[in-house]
Write a protein that binds this ligand. Sequence first.
Ligand code: ADP
Length: 492
Amino acid sequence: MSLRAKIWEYFIFFTAMVLVILWFLQIVFIDNFYKGMKIKDVKNVAVEIAENYGNDDYSLMLTQLAISNDICIDVADKYGRILYTKDTLGKSCLIHGPQASTGNFLYKLKNSGETELYYTEFNQLTNSDMLIYMTIIGSEKSPDGYILINSPLVPVDATAAIFKKQLLLVTVFLLLLSLIISYFMAKKISEPIARITKSAEQMAAGNYDIKFDGKGYAEIQRLSNTLTFAGMQISKVDAMQRDLIANVSHDLRTPLTMLKAYAEMIRDLSGDNPEKRNEHLEIIINETDRLALLVSDMLDLSKLERGDLKLNYSEFNIKELLEDIISRYKGLSDKQEYDISFEADSDITVNCDIIKIQQVIYNLINNAVNYTGEDKKIFVKQINKPDCVRIEVSDTGEGIEPDKIKLIFEKYYRSENHKREVVGTGLGLSIVKAILKKHGYNFGVFSSVGKGSTFWFEIKDIAGKIPQQAPEKPQKKNLFKKSEMSNYNEKS
Ligand code: ADP
């Protein structure tokens, strides 16, 4: 059932309920209600008559009361003898007519043992009910007199008939009104929903950048904001997935093609030439390494991102670790003339996951080796600060453009102009980011295009006492000028 139909249904139901209650009250209770009112009026008149019994101008007062209330009044003395008769109803008065006898009525009252008595009687002359009311004047034991009042109930029926007619009009009017209001209300409510549905359909068709418009209601606005946000997220994931497939397939295809080409070459050409064969086999091994690196990076990152990776904290000397890592590059630096310099403050013990931090340092130095300039210089620094140990890895390469600097820590981001010789997966810095975030360490990069980049992070978990700082050394000239530097850092 559509929202429109449902709202219409509720509205009609509500109106019908209101009408039923109204009708019920009017028809069932109006008679009793008016009769009650009439009795009350008549009683009030009787009280006035009783209170003024025997006063001057009593007769005049009775006449006025009879006329103003449109009733017949009889007042009898304590023996039941009629003293006053005020008759405004003429022949239709039930207590006076030819068959009526005041004595009969008073006899009924005396017999009842009550101080007052009333009932309705049908009057054939007026074709309507009439109220007959009687009561005593003075005390119950020795009454001073009696009052007899006859009041027509005609106006009750007449008024009720008018009300019924009016109610019929109101009913028709209300039903029409509820129909119109519910139509517009449903339209107003369902419009933004219809709009959102249309946008959602477009999103389902693959257009994730669609904007949801839920103007009209706070709830619908919130829904549309959430959907817009979800669309953005899906769009991001979609783009990332596309990137991932493009990157991975590209990264897989190149080494695979090489593997195939060189394997074929060994089979067809160089199989018997040990020198050539070894050269080709070396290429096959390198390409296999490249593949293995890609796969292990992907596994690492997915593990880190799933968040089910536990850190194994242990205490170790960070300076020794850095020296150890740098010495392992020695082979590389000797052969390819890379110059990795290490500058460190005093020994310091830190408390964190040594394997993961090692991976961070490796990734940073690897990148520096890959992207450093012609001079093949790389600088590693360990700076002891009062509340942390700062590690910096600098190179003298091309640097990173300011608009790219935010992107390099994203998964699979690789600058378009990276060279094929640079072994990389575009995952290295995402792994660095994930590990440092997991530890809660601050990290960042500042870079100057054409001059180089410095990647840094700060280990906050220092074991034991922090060694006294050496007196400020004169600040070495910075590698780059501040004005041409772009900067990115993240606080964990
Ligand atoms: P990969 O190095 O495998 O491409 P990374 O995640 O390590 O992946 O780096 C992402 C991108 O950041 C690189 O493609 C490169 O463009 C840029 N980058 C990383 N380190 C440096 C650096 N030291 N100098 C210049 N650019 C860098």
